[in-house]
Design a binder for this molecule. Sequence first.
Ligand code: AMP
Length: 620
Amino acid sequence: MINPFSKLGISDDVVNAVKELGFENPTPIQEQSIPVLLEGSNDFVGLAQTGTGKTAAFGLPLLELIDFKSNKPQALILCPTRELCLQIANDIKNFSKNTPNAHVVAVYGGANIMQQLREIRNGVQIVVATPGRMLDIIGRKAIDFSNVKYVVLDEADEMLNMGFQEDINDILSTTPDDKKTWLFSATMPAEVRRIAKNYMENPVELTMGTKNTGNVNIDHEYYVVRARDKYAALKRIVDFNPEIFAVVFCKTKMDTQEVADHLIKDGYNADSLHGDLSQQQRDKVMQRFRERHMQLLIATDVAARGIDVNNVTHVINYALPDEIESYTHRSGRTGRAGKTGVSICIVNSKEIGKIRQIERIIGKQFTKAELPTGFDVCEKQLFALVHKVHNVEVNTDQIDQYIPRIMDEFAELSKEEVIKRFASLEFNRFLEYYKNAPDLNASAEERGDRGDRGPRNFGNSDYTRLFINVGSVDDFTRGDLLGFVCNNGKISGKAVGKIDLKGVFSFIEVENDSVDSLFNNFKDVQYNGREVRLEKTSEEARSEKRSFGGGSGRRDRDRGGYGGGDRRGGSGRREGGNFNGGGGFRDFSGRSREDRGGYGTNRGDRRDSRGDRGGSKRRS
Ligand code: AMP
């Protein structure tokens, strides 16, 4: 039987190489573009998502068109990020492993330029580059592009988003006019159209799937929660998916770091990826993620660009992207290479409109999902454990010597009782954590303004209205104030009702049952050297009007911002609620918690290198 890639016109050396990579059949984009590109006589625009086999779609034809007897650069591939650059270069090296005298160089910033210059000097036919470093090398007159016949602009929309337009112009001006340009983009905003118009002549256009449509293998879901419950919702989603392997997107570097820090503190196998990390640190994080030593990668849009990790089960939009178009790139991190994936948005009620906009852009409907209850999570985790125990590989050589003693220990117990005890070992911890877990789904009422604790009508008789002498002039948001009062007053966030943030003071409603405890704990609280007073409002005040102050005055950013889920989750969240850390059975790497402690050390270093962020304040 003729190999399907041979049928498309690919030569044996390359066909054998891709066979070794496990490519049995061309993906749809490969099937459509390879014959067109092999002609070598057209400009080309391919509208395609990442993860669809794009690299081979242009890489394989390039290998057929290049004259490998010559050692001069004949193809230049520009892409937005170092990660993508390395991936493309590696892919093409793999495709050309049987092709005599094929040389591919990856040119990207943050790495030793001398080594790259040396490789160029030694002779290369294919240059894969990020624009900045490419310009640097051109500026040094270290490369001659006069023989370039093909330029590939990969993830063109991303390159423009990242401000590379000028650089691309400058680079292309050093290549011959009669070269062919092949442009690939996941989306086709006006700027990309303009490039196509400026640089190409009657390009052949191929659209894989509908325009701007996300990958068909991806399901899109959203959960509506109160703004303060976002973190708890994230944890619940993770806990409900014991085998999750996900990229979680935040908006800013700081949020990314904070969410990752909190997850790590809560025992999850997570780490952050953002622009404040050195290249070496980013590489390490990516390596751990790729090798499945980490379950949750918390990333900014920019840092996650071009990440090609297969088998990502979920993309979680912890914050929606500012640019709706970025959603396509985010969700494209899952559902790759024919696999299915889920892209989740955790939103508050005010963001539902944005979900509708995204639906219009991707041409697909989101499913509104409900966060599972604590009981659902326990059940799911229990059966994940049961399956794991059932399927575990038994190391007979090692365990056999202990079996007589173990049997002795269990001699009194029936099989059923032994099973019950093993299962309970983990299940009890889940139950402990989730026994009082609240419903995190925003109720219909909350879908009004409660999510953000906006000013609402006070006057619920179950609550006491309190005055506090801090407000928006102190740079507090409602979330900050909630954290501040709960932390200093040692009450649950759930006990707090409406918050009305004023200028120099604010009003806050607290459940009647928690008021005494709040006043007892809220002593000597200072903020910016000022005593903070908490009082019942005149209509509430009983005969003895009390005011309380004291404490450290320290704004507990962490607990204030993220305590929502945990505070409410009852006691011992780390011990009782941490399903990843405890028995370690959720840890993909199979490492113990102690092992993972090692990452903590790295992270400490990293934070040092970025300076002390302790004084900064989280904005909710
Ligand atoms: P890309 O869109 O080029 O980043 O490719 C996404 C993933 O699909 C990569 O891991 C490729 O190795 C894989 N891939 C590409 N083409 C094929 C194919 N024809 N068969 C199987 N896997 C493929």
